[in-house]
Design a protein around this ligand. Structure first.
Ligand SMILES: NC(=O)c1ccc[n+]([C@@H]2O[C@H](COP(=O)([O-])OP(=O)(O)OC[C@H]3O[C@@H](n4cnc5c(N)ncnc54)[C@H](OP(=O)(O)O)[C@@H]3O)[C@@H](O)[C@H]2O)c1
Length: 306
């Protein structure tokens, strides 16, 4: 957990203890009143997000705690939603007698994310675009990359740095990437395994893009078999692969990515569960993507002159 954001609604917050002030951000009523409509839009969307999380069993919302004092009460409500907003915090307000006209309340929120690291093995075309897409999809604090050639690593780091603010570090071994990665992208053309699965952190996710054949695979078989959840294209699509690396029993238990996206499958059930995505492509996605790109960017034709 890193940042603390305090959000006092009211005017009598006087002190805070044990905070790193450089990481503390404060908003009060006046900050929001200056952009009231936008603040309400954000608030409504966030309430919807919290209710949706509650319906899905992902909002921790224990009963409130009330401190009864001689001349008033202090009420605490605490909660957490750590999937989408990554918010963990509490609200605290007093109900002192009315001699004080302006009752104060405080909402404090901690960022429940760890400093997450995106590890990348491979530095080619696919590695660049998978890394950039991962940075757009998830907040990462750092990228660490390895491929065999120092020149390729440096070129990858330059390219990624020109598209994102996230720091990129090129290192001299796959080991340095794998043991630090929260998410590991294996994006190589190697026909032999490129990392030792025993080095993976508990709860790490691996996306395997390189070859996945019995006799030519970049992903170690144990990385797939040892994971708690294997996700890919529908099993029937994998059956048609010809020489696919997973044994039949494990192949049948692969969960289609579309089932996860549509929430027909609950996905990871424990924070320390390892997960693997075995990229295989899903026929039909390309025309949909191409159509949307044409709608967005237009595109020229050519005149045959006939
Ligand atoms: N699953 C899918 O849906 C899908 C879709 C498209 C492509 N692919 C596959 O993805 C792979 C990568 O494609 P690409 O276009 O990015 O190829 P590429 O531009 O040729 O890049 C291959 C990368 O692999 C690295 N590499 C090879 N052996 C390595 C090793 N032992 N350790 C670390 N890095 C290693 C190379 O870097 P160094 O030479 O510096 O080591 C290079 O950066 C290909 O096998 C391709 O068939 C899969």
């Amino acid at each position: 957990m890193r940042r603390l954001t305090a959000f006092p609604l009211g005017r009598r917050l006087e002190c805070g203890m044990g905070f790193d002030k450089t990481r503390l951000r404060i908003l009060d009523d006046r900050d929001l009143e200056g952009a009231l409509i936008r603040a309400l839009e954000v608030t409504l969307a966030a309430v919807h997000e919290a209710l949706f999380a509650h319906a899905g069993g992902r909002l921790l919302a224990p009963p409130r705690f009330v401190l009864e004092a001689e001349h008033g009460r202090l009420v605490f409500t605490a909660g957490a939603e750590t999937r989408s907003s990554h918010a963990l915090g509490f609200r605290d307000y007093e109900t002192c007698p009315d001699r004080i006209p302006d009752h104060a309340q405080l909402v404090a929120v901690w960022d429940a994310r760890d400093g997450r690291l995106l590890g990348v093995l491979g530095t080619g075309f696919q590695a660049r675009h998978h890394a950039l897409a991962a940075l757009l999809a998830r907040p990462f604090e750092q990228v660490r990359v390895y491929s065999r050639s120092p020149e390729n690593r440096a070129a990858f780091a330059r390219w990624l740095a020109s598209h994102t603010q996230t720091p990129v570090e090129a290192v001299d071994s796959a080991k340095e990437v794998v043991r630090a990665a929260d998410v590991l992208l294996e994006v190589t053309s190697s026909r032999t395994p490129v990392f030792d699965p025993a080095l993976l952190k508990p709860g790490a996710h691996v996306s395997a893009v390189g070859p996945k054949l019995k006799d030519a695979r970049a992903l170690p078989l144990e990385a797939a078999l040892g994971s708690d959840l294997r996700v890919s294209a529908p099993p029937a699509r994998l059956e048609a692969y010809g020489g696919y690396f997973l044994p039949p029993e494990a192949r049948r238990r692969v969960v289609p990515l579309s089932a996860l996206v549509a929430k027909q499958h609950p996905g990871r059930r424990r924070a320390d569960a390892g997960t693997v995505f075995l990229s295989a492509g899903l026929a039909g996605t390309e025309p949909v993507v191409a159509r949307r790109l044409f709608e967005t960017f237009g595109g020229g034709g050519y005149d045959s002159g006939a």
